[in-house]
Design a protein around this ligand. Sequence first.
Ligand SMILES: [Zn+2]
Length: 88
Amino acid sequence: MLRFSDFAGNQAAAGALQEALRAGRLPHALVLEGPAGSGKRTLARIFAAAALCLGEGEKPCGTCAACRKVEAGSHPDLFTASGGAAAR
Ligand SMILES: [Zn+2]
């Protein structure tokens, strides 16, 4: 499972999302905007996994039940909507 430390894209965006998680201040919605291939989908997936992670320490831990379900695409609280030109 990818973690924030593996993310090679926009570090400021990744840092802001990590800080929101640490502070327990998750917004009700986020918009990640950027050019194709800039890592928006990857960052969204890491953030979602971290928000759902039940492990201790760095999140996502990659080993808890929630992380395994996210990785398998079967977590009931994670839905990936596809559509529009960017999702082709
Ligand atoms: Zn976890």
